[in-house]
Ligand binder design. Structure first.
Ligand code: ATR
Length: 302
């Protein structure tokens, strides 16, 4: 698989884009930066095993040029694209139509080009739900969930998904509590049967509130670097908890290690990454995502 990162100027023509390649590029992940993306590792084997004869490429797109990038991909006859940080919000505005998950989450991570139009989807939230079902054998309906680091894009997607699936209570936790108050208010207006609360990460009540929850999720970026601390106090963890970290590299963050030491069931973000990819492939090629092929591809790089 090619580790090459393409630029917007490579999209000028098929001759340039596909020079020296055995197969045409038909899918892309767009981001900035995008060199680290693990998406090609699951989508290229999926294309190959389904006999699609095409390449899945990485495309670096500067901030402010998402609409242009999607237009060029469409003109070149691409099937679709994945959209990653920091373009998921801009991609929503660039689409002609978006599905319910994308509209409610406010972000698009998957696009499909269809009859001259760009259709946008969000598979991060639904991929999270699939991951929780696979890891812990539970749906999100009726759950009490705490989301730590809810001020970022992943937290917003997961909080919205929990509400969409009928969670009983969603506790939004953030270092900067002002950043989650508008999210709480917006979700509370849209999803009346779920209770929403916003708490500061250092609130002394956090351990007792956490103990009333069943599922704790880290969506903060704390944990990505070796030696990072847990974003929440170890006293928050209990043996009845399911604890999920959206970080998958490193595979055992301090957050997960402390949860495990408290006797909780734990899982990392590998499964969410996998399932958002599987759902994206299913948008491009309905019913054809090869789950185990994609799992093995992703495992080979993470
Ligand atoms: P995005 O996902 O939108 O790119 P991010 O900047 O990566 O966002 O941050 C994701 C989350 O990690 C945020 O909720 C952030 O908290 P703030 O809103 O208070 O900035 C959280 N986060 C990052 N570093 C953190 C740290 N050292 N301690 C606690 N939370 C942290």
């Amino acid at each position: 698989m090619s580790g090459r990162v393409y630029q917007l100027q490579d999209l000028i023509s098929r001759e340039i884009l596909d020079a020296d390649a055995a197969q045409p590029a038909i899918l892309a992940v767009i981001g900035c930066p995008v060199a680290h993306s693990a998406s090609p590792a699951m989508h290229q084997p999926a294309l190959d095993v389904r006999g699609m004869e095409g390449r899945y490429i990485r495309l670096e797109v500067p901030i402010g040029r998402v609409t242009e990038a999607l237009q060029r991909l469409q003109q070149l006859g691409f099937v679709g694209a994945n959209v990653t940080v920091p373009h998921k919000f801009a991609a929503l505005d660039a689409c002609h139509q978006v599905d319910d998950a994308a509209r409610e989450i406010g972000a698009v991570n998957t696009v499909k080009f269809l009859h001259g139009e760009t259709h946008g989807y969000n598979t991060d939230g639904p991929g999270f739900a699939q991951a929780i079902a696979e890891e812990f054998g539970t749906g999100l309906s009726g759950l009490r969930v705490m989301i730590v680091g809810a001020g970022g894009g992943a937290g917003q997607a997961i909080a919205t998904q929990c509400a969409r699936e009928g969670a009983q209570r969603v506790i939004l936790v953030n270092r900067t509590v002002e950043k989650i108050q508008s999210l709480r208010d917006r979700l509370a207006r849209r999803f009346e049967s779920t209770q929403f609360h916003a708490l500061a990460i250092d609130d002394p009540q956090l351990p007792s509130v956490a103990k009333q929850c069943q599922l704790l999720v880290n969506t903060s970026s704390l944990g990505l670097k070796a030696g990072d601390a847990s974003p929440i106090d170890p006293a928050c963890f209990a043996s009845h908890h399911w604890v999920y970290d959206t970080i998958y590299q490193p595979p055992r963050t301090t957050f997960l290690r402390l949860a495990e030491e408290a006797g909780a069931h734990v899982a990392n973000g590998f499964s969410m990454l996998l399932h958002q990819g599987v759902l994206a492939f299913d948008h491009w090629y309905p019913g054809q995502a090869p789950l185990e092929v994609m799992r093995a591809g992703l495992r080979s790089v993470s």
